[in-house]
Design a protein around this ligand. Structure first.
Ligand SMILES: Nc1ncnc2c1ncn2[C@@H]1O[C@H](COP(=O)(O)OP(=O)(O)O)[C@@H](O)[C@H]1O
Ligand SMILES: [Mg+2]
Length: 255
């Protein structure tokens, strides 16, 4: 691991009033990894994504992307640098057809520089690129799902739409906040190959997940949080055997 990490998080702390949501959390992610972040409800998983991606400020700590400090940057600047994220609470534009949700990311400075995913995206034809991206992420073009109103999409498609909006930026890193939650086993089974495909395209994935079994099928390494503190980190088989992880999840999750 002599290579410089694509993402390096050093000593992040965050409080909400008197509540210490994150305490001195550090971790490194190498390019090409699928890095999992696990922990019981309220352990700080979404908060750490929010801190790294600039949606909330931090009390202490630094974030480095490819060796460059990005601490305190605004979310749009971080996205433009190549770090995308999904939202645990999905936020599509409900009144728009699915593919139109990709128009804003496709107009972003980054997508304009890169030409949209896979260099498609001729000017004036972003609708086609949007549908292409949706198709890559499992919206069958022939079924007309890409053209359906976002508000009418089943959860599985809304989760995919979150990923598609990330892909439109041609990011180097995607933070996924519980993309498997609310999905049936068969929907998750359909989603796993997409995760693998993104990884194979060279995207580094950082996945906050509650569905441990499914996460552990794709994760290279996992970090566990509990009450805002990092309790362990390592390969899935190592983390799952950790006594503190088992205790943290006791009664709340199948480990
Ligand atoms: N904006 C906020 N204001 C106050 N408390 C918050 C806020 N966001 C999160 N918290 C609290 O911080 C803790 C960590 O939350 P969160 O990161 O959402 O947990 P997780 O994603 O692991 O379930 C929880 O106790 C939560 O109630
Ligand atoms: Mg969360």
């Amino acid at each position: 691991m002599s290579e410089e990490p694509i993402l390096s998080v050093k000593g992040i702390s965050k409080s909400f009033g008197g509540l210490k949501a994150l305490m001195d959390v550090s971790f490194d992610v190498q390019r090409g990894e699928v890095f999992g972040i696990i922990g019981p409800n309220g352990s700080g998983k979404t908060t750490i994504i929010n801190c790294i991606t600039g949606f909330i400020s931090t009390l202490a700590g630094q974030v480095y992307f490819k060796g460059k400090e990005i601490t305190g940057w605004k979310p749009h600047k971080i996205a433009d640098a190549g770090i995308a994220r999904t939202f645990q609470i999905m936020r599509p534009y409900y009144s728009l057809p699915a593919y139109k949700n990709l128009i804003i990311p496709l107009w972003s400075p980054r997508a304009r520089k890169t030409g949209g995913w896979r260099g498609g995206g001729k000017h004036g034809d972003r609708d086609t690129v949007a549908v292409d991206i949706l198709e890559e992420i499992g919206f069958e073009r022939d079924s007309r799902v890409p053209y359906k109103l976002s508000s009418t999409l089943p959860t599985g498609y809304q989760k995919r739409l979150e990923l598609a909006r990330c892909m439109a930026l041609r990011p180097e890193i995607i933070f996924c906040d519980e993309v498997f939650s609310g999905l049936s086993m068969s929907e998750i089974a359909g989603m796993l190959p997409l995760i693998e495909k993104m990884r194979d395209e060279g995207i580094t994935l950082i996945m906050v997940e509650h569905r441990l079994r499914e996460l552990f099928r794709v994760a290279t390494r996992v970090m566990a949080l509990n009450f805002g503190e990092k309790i362990t980190e390592g390969e899935p088989s190592f983390v799952i055997e950790d006594k503190r992880v088992r205790e943290a999840y006791l009664g709340t999750e199948e480990v």
